[in-house]
Design a protein around this ligand. Structure first.
Ligand code: EPZ
Length: 420
């Protein structure tokens, strides 16, 4: 096990480059199962989640090669059983279900467990696939899904009590690409990662319209062919570095970002008084003297992303005044709060709302990483805390951030990885 020891107080300067999106890579890699022909996916980040996905594709029978950020997959001869020991490690593995069902008319994928950010149901995934004609059953912790009479296009409503489902939308789109007839998904997720998946699928010969809106239409086709695709920049990584710059930076530029994917973050930071300068794919910002607290509610895209809530809670911990953060996507996603309070923050939880009273300074302490984004939030807090912050269970961060410590050290941060 490794830990990260962050010594607070260093001023960040300079620029870093954003990696390819983890959350776009995962469904796009799963989509390579839809064709017997080879596919090339570029700018796939080297993080444990994408590496788990490559292991799952190999275990399904696909040939997989990775050369730094470029992955080639040839799923000529595959079978339908996704291995429990791999699937249980990463909930997003559920997105192999749609392509397996479309290609083989069957799939066996273990039910993803819950995780620290809360219950992770897949009822909407299963409801959508059943609407296309699949028979769904659960046995021994596995989802067993079959479509003996094939899949047939349908109008499907995909909306749960917390809004649309990102991977549920992905699964349904992928299943519908080879269904007979046309599928219309209503209340679809609009995240940029869904749009990137659709771009890849259309390159493979799919006929999909409406990505990025709440209504997506998929005309089924006979088969899909191989394609070459470069994954979009990771907007959550980019946003995490923009927040790091606002907390501890003099002048920091985040390069190779898609600024249009970060509008909701810029709105909150500008409301708080920060100056955000956007020039093409470069975003520049830094600390200011008197930021003010504000209100934040997480919502489905284009609203403020739940995946940046923990990082912004870290920022608000030392912003004078009161800030209020309400988590509407994963109401329990506050594992970082207890750890931030150990560092001297003053955050009260009331249900799915955090009331943050800004304190002058945080103080370094040994803290525990829990989920990917909570861990990133603790690194950011350590950057501007007095003394040393030890972040244990670093594997949580390595799931979704490509060399976050190296990139922050390039900007001048003072930190080191150690054996825990
Ligand atoms: C994706 O997860 C992301 N993961 C998550 O990022 C992100 O937090 C989430 O979308 C929300 O934006 C990937 O893309 C790999 P959902 P997903 O289905 O698709 C409920 C990270 O940090 N729901 O959009 O699994 C669910 O409980 C990760 O990179 C149902 O009720 O999330 C939640 O409250 C964490 N039934 C809400 O919908 C279902 O069948 C949104 O979940 C499915 C979901």
């Amino acid at each position: 096990m490794e830990k990260l020891v962050v010594t607070g107080g260093a001023e960040l300067n300079g620029s870093i480059s954003v990696s390819g999106s983890k959350n776009a890579s995962l469904p796009i890699l799963a989509a390579t199962l839809l064709t017997r022909e080879p596919c090339t996916i570029r700018r796939v980040p080297d993080v444990s989640d994408t590496n788990y996905m490559l292991q799952i594709l190999r275990s399904l029978g696909a040939e997989v090669e990775r050369a730094s950020g470029t992955v080639t997959v040839c799923a000529e001869n595959i079978h339908a059983d996704a291995p429990y020991d791999l699937v249980r490690k990463m909930r997003a593995s559920i997105c192999v279900m749609g392509p397996l069902l479309a290609r083989l008319l069957e799939a066996r994928v273990s039910l993803p467990g819950g995780c620290v950010i809360g219950d992770r149901p897949v009822d909407l995934h299963l409801k959508g696939l059943a609407e296309l004609g699949a028979d769904v059953s659960v046995a021994g912790g596995d989802i067993i899904i079959k479509a003996e009479n094939g899949l047939h296009g349908k109008r499907v409503h995909l909306f749960g009590k917390h809004g649309p489902t990102v991977l549920g939308t992905d699964n349904l789109i992928m299943a519908a690409t080879l269904a007979k007839g046309t599928t219309i998904i209503e209340e679809a997720a609009c995240e940029p990662e869904v749009t990137d998946l659709v771009e890849f699928l259309n390159r493979m010969g799919a006929k999909i319209h409406g990505a990025g809106t709440r209504t997506i239409t998929i005309e089924g086709v006979g088969q899909l062919h191989g394609a070459d695709h470069t994954v979009i920049p990771d907007r959550i990584e980019a946003g995490t570095f923009v927040i790091a710059a606002a907390m501890a930076g003099k002048k920091v530029t985040v390069r190779r970002a898609r600024a249009e994917h970060l509008e909701s973050l810029f709105t909150v930071l500008r409301e708080s008084g920060y100056k955000i300068d956007v020039d093409g794919d470069r975003i520049t910002t830094g600390r200011i003297d008197n930021p003010t607290g504000c209100e934040l509610i997480t919502e489905p895209y284009p609203g403020f992303p739940t995946d940046m809530q923990a990082q912004l809670t870290s920022l608000f911990a030392t912003v004078p005044g009161i800030s209020v953060v309400t988590e509407k996507i994963f109401p329990q996603r506050f594992m970082h709060v207890a750890e931030l309070n150990r560092m001297g923050a003053n955050i009260q939880l009331e249900g799915a709302t955090a009331i943050i009273k800004g304190v002058k300074k945080l103080s370094g302490a040994p803290v525990m990483a829990s989920d990917l984004r909570a861990s990133a939030a603790l690194v950011l807090a350590g950057l501007c805390a007095d003394g040393e912050t030890e972040i244990n269970r670093l594997y949580h961060i390595d799931r979704g951030y490509e060399h976050i410590d190296e990139k922050l050290m390039e900007l001048g941060a003072n930190m080191r990885r150690e054996k825990a």
